[in-house]
Design a binder for this molecule. Structure first.
Ligand code: PLP
Length: 414
């Protein structure tokens, strides 16, 4: 039968969907959506100031770029390479893990992924069967629940508010645990709150997980962005007995200002890494070789660039938190990590601004964008309403101008 004589496609019925229920259920990344809206307004000539970006505003270090340029010239990089990553990069990641976290792992337990984001999807695909539950401390990074759902799991939110520094307790986790609980997602320093769990809390949570046979997926991608002498403690280092049921996620994006290069990784038990490697061999094959070579240069080249970024972020962190705290009805704890401030605006909900009711933090973010031309991400993207996320990865002058506009606009709330 030729294509022309094929019968018409059957009509879409509830039994035969056009887009699968699994994919139709995935929400657009709210953070990328806010960023795109702000960029579109900017492109249209509006003086928008964006606090939505989840990426450093610094260039990738020059020596890393030079390594990539050289890699382009080498024909070996023009071909397929092992799906799990270049051996030299897996070795560099193992060496870096020992240097930065004090965790000794063989390169065979490292798998290179297309950004940390792919590692998130793959680890849940590898660990979850339908109906398995994942404890998800909230506020959480917007990708986690979608990745859990896509893998057939159920995300169980455990909320921690500003009064507890946005850090969940063992008691809260225990209260949420059921016989179906398979995994705890742990992220410190945290996106979106900037919270950093002190080592003793990491230890307590790790021991609780060990005691109850709960796996821990520990996302440590912001490990080098910590302030006030805080230390980002690595879960399997604090609780070494957990190593057989723990997977650490990481990447070059935040530490080396390399978000666009798309190199992340996971480190975990041999059977999980093998399974994820098989999945990735069908999903994407190897990460672009030029990016992998750039990552080798970054990981073997020291930590001077991130020290300079940290200094700038620290300065902006203090400025943004002190300016936000001056706004009546806004409560903003001083975050100790990452590059986000996460103020509570709960006291503003139900009040009005320029003739509009502030029904939620999403409504407030919309009013702020239209009235002050300032882009912020509402808390709804990360869990409960009543919060805003402001990234301070932007120039100092823009930061002061943007928060100044917020101060002036929110002074009109009645
Ligand atoms: N984990 C967290 C907590 C993040 O905030 C991000 C990016 O925003 C990632 C992982 C993934 O980063 P990438 O895919 O750019 O490596």
């Amino acid at each position: 039968m030729t294509a022309a004589s094929s019968p018409a496609a059957p009509p879409a019925t509830p039994e035969r969907r056009r887009v699968s229920a699994r994919v139709a259920g995935i929400a657009e990344s709210a953070t990328l959506a806010v960023d795109a809206k702000a960029k579109a307004l900017k492109a249209a000539g509006r003086p928008v100031i964006g606090f939505g970006a989840g990426e450093p505003d610094f260039p990738t270090p020059a020596d890393v770029v030079e390594a990539a340029v050289a890699a382009c010239q080498d024909p070996a990089n023009h071909r397929y390479t092992p799906a799990g990553g270049l051996p030299v990069l897996r070795e560099a990641i193992a060496a870096k893990t020992l240097r930065d976290s004090g965790w000794e792992v063989p390169p065979s337990q490292v798998l290179v992924t297309n950004g940390g984001k792919q590692a998130v999807y793959e680890v849940f695909a590898a660990l979850l069967d339908p109906g398995d539950e994942v404890l998800l401390p909230a506020p959480y990074w917007t990708t986690y629940p979608e990745a859990v759902r896509l893998a057939g799991g159920t995300a169980v939110e455990v909320f921690a508010g500003p009064e507890q520094g946005y850090r969940v307790s063992v008691e809260q986790l225990e209260a949420a645990r059921t016989p179906r609980t398979k995994v705890l997602l742990f992220n410190s320093p945290s996106n979106p709150t900037g919270a950093v769990y002190p080592p003793e809390e990491v230890r307590a949570i790790g021991r609780w997980a060990l005691e109850h046979g709960v796996w821990v997926v520990s996302d440590e991608i912001y490990e080098h962005l910590v302030y006030d002498g805080a230390r980002a403690a690595s879960m399997p280092v604090e609780v070494p007995e957990l190593a057989d049921t723990c997977v650490v996620l990481n990447g070059v994006a935040k530490t080396y200002a390399m978000t666009g290069w798309r190199v992340g990784w996971l480190v975990g038990p041999a059977d999980v890494v093998k399974g994820v490697g098989n999945l990735q061999s069908h999903l994407t094959s190897n990460v672009a070789n030029v990016s992998q070579r750039a990552a080798v240069a970054a990981l073997t080249g020291g930590l001077d660039a991130v020290a300079r970024m940290r200094e700038a972020f620290d300065r902006r962190r203090r400025t943004i938190v002190s300016m936000l705290s001056e706004i009546p009805g806004v409560e903003c704890p001083l975050p100790q990590g990452a590059f986000y401030a996460y103020p509570s605006v709960q006291q503003l909900i139900g009040r009005s601004l320029r003739g509009r009711e502030i029904t939620s933090s999403a409504a407030l973010a919309e009013i702020v964008l239209t009235e002050a031309e300032v882009a912020v991400v509402p808390g709804e993207a990360f869990g409960p309403s009543g919060f805003l996320r402001l990234s301070y990865a932007l120039a100092d002058d823009d930061l002061v101008e943007g928060v100044g506009r917020l101060q002036r606009l929110l002074a009109e709330v009645s």
